[in-house]
Design a protein around this ligand. Structure first.
Ligand SMILES: Nc1ncnc2c1ncn2[C@@H]1O[C@H](COP(=O)(O)OP(=O)(O)OP(=O)(O)O)[C@@H](O)[C@H]1O
Ligand SMILES: [Mg+2]
Length: 438
């Protein structure tokens, strides 16, 4: 089922600017869609159509299969929440609390229910400390969070966010993307516009490129970003990973499909190239010595021996020096660490309050984890509450897997349905794992 669909959408502003021409757009239910496009390409204008803020000059907009009309516009606005590009256009109440409460109030909810909803989103965004502040006194990134929180409080099925991460610092971006992923796991459709090709490549299920009011191209990120000429012609920047891959490929180091993550990039490296490794000598070695490879403190170490992963020293080196090892045989993945996934109940399942902390302590004491990560609101709240220090909060699945591949044992606390996503990824890369459900 399509959450949003437009057919032949056209729009011209009063001054005669032709902002959209013949837009055919689709976002399926529970899909994550990113719209890229240079300034003035029509992203904001298109978003205004998704919840009936403006009426198309020609063509139609369907929300869950229903054409937007005067009779269903209230229902559409309830189901499709739009977060404006400029937060100042959205925030107008004297306090953050009242601003977020505005939507639920309009839905006719009772005072207690409103209070609960507001506290829940304040908690989700970790902005409880801003509740009594005047929105106009907030920083740009804080305003953005409050604006998103306000729309979320109405619990829409589709969340449309016009450049949600612009003006945010790195941790603000991480938190926001994490929340969007969590909401998507809860079944919501998420549509964002962005100028960040890296974000679109790594986050979206599907990408649309707009240019001069038209759909320049749409498709899955791997197809879109594989076409260098197209991305350039659309006035976009290539994701850094893709640029790196192209340089590797041109030098005969990488091959295969274009990567969208650091993990993919590593897998693109040709096996023949990987046959030669740089390692740290664990003892004095001579050229031609047989060595076995191991991992210490996340680095490849070569010691004399012929068991496990083995190779031959290319040139002599003293203990502690960097050396090269050729003819590496054996699967380096057997040196990877173990991943423990701890599923924390999601917000809608009671969150961290529903957790037996004794059980968590037991899991942590039984398994010696060298690296810990938390993803999703309830998992982050739990680790904070228990004073557990996290090594990664950004891109937790990938960071965890990369750490495991460097030999570290890893523990990932994941909220609700996100745990399933971690397991899927870990299985796909054939890493050792176990899972605990709290
Ligand atoms: N209220 C308006 N009146 C007249 N023209 C407008 C109006 N709003 C937008 N436009 C024009 O419509 C076109 C599309 O603008 P829009 O804001 O949708 O682009 P955008 O892709 O969101 O750009 P940005 O990346 O800068 O946010 C532009 O040419 C813009 O100048
Ligand atoms: Mg815009």
């Amino acid at each position: 089922m399509n959450a949003i669909k437009t057919i032949g959408l056209e729009y011209t502003y009063a001054d005669g600017t032709n902002a959209l021409s013949g837009i055919n757009f689709e976002a399926k239910e529970s899909e994550k869609v990113a719209i890229l496009g240079p300034n003035g390409s029509g992203k904001t204008t298109l978003f205004y159509h998704f919840n009936g803020l403006v009426e198309p000059a020609r063509g139609e907009v369907l929300v869950f299969g229903q054409k937007i009309s005067k009779t269903n516009i209230d229902e559409v606005r309830k189901r499709v929440g739009l977060v404006f590009q400029e937060s100042d256009n959205q925030l107008f109440s004297p306090t953050v609390f009242e601003d977020i409460a505005f939507g639920p109030k309009n839905l006719g909810l009772g005072a207690n229910e409103i209070k609960n909803k507001v506290s829940q989103v304040l908690h989700r965004f970790d902005i409880e400390n801003l509740a009594r502040k005047n929105p106009s006194n907030l920083s740009c990134g804080q305003k953005k969070k409050v604006a998103i929180a306000g729309v979320l409080a109405m619990e829409p099925d589709v969340l449309i966010l016009d450049e949600p991460t612009s003006g945010m610092d790195a941790s603000g971006i991480t938190d926001t993307i994490d929340i969007l992923d969590e909401l998507n796991d809860e079944g919501k459709t998420i549509i964002i516009s962005t100028h960040d090709s890296d974000l679109a490549a790594s986050w979206a299920d599907r990408v649309y490129i707009l240019n001069k009011g038209k759909v320049f191209k749409s498709g899955i990120p791997r197809h879109i970003f594989a076409d260098e000429k197209l991305v350039r012609e659309a006035g976009l920047r290539q994701p850094v990973i893709v640029q790196t891959y192209r340089e590797f490929r041109a030098r005969g180091i990488s091959k295969g499909e274009i990567p969208l993550s650091v993990l993919d990039l590593m897998e693109s490296v040709d096996a023949k190239v990987m046959n030669i490794r740089c390692a740290i000598a664990a003892s004095d070695v001579l050229a031609g010595d047989d060595v076995c490879l191991g991992i210490k403190d996340g680095m490849l170490v070569a010691d004399k021996g012929s068991k496990g992963v083995t190779g031959k020293v290319v040139f002599a080196g003293k203990k502690g020096e960097d050396i090269a090892v050729k003819e590496v045989t054996g699967d380096l993945q057997q040196l990877a660490g173990r991943i423990t996934i701890v599923r924390v109940p999601g917000i809608i399942e009671g969150g961290s309050r529903a957790v037996d902390m004794e059980k968590v302590r037991e899991i942590l004491s039984k398994n010696k984890h060298q690296k810990i990560g938390a993803m999703g609101t309830s998992a982050k709240v739990l680790v904070n509450k228990m004073g557990i220090r996290c090594d990664f909060e950004f891109d937790v699945i990938q960071s965890g897997m990369l750490a495991a591949l460097r030999g570290f044992d890893v523990c990932i606390f994941a909220s609700g349905g996100m745990a399933g996503r971690v397991i899927e990824n870990v299985k796909e890369r054939k890493l050792k794992y176990e899972c605990f459900v709290l």
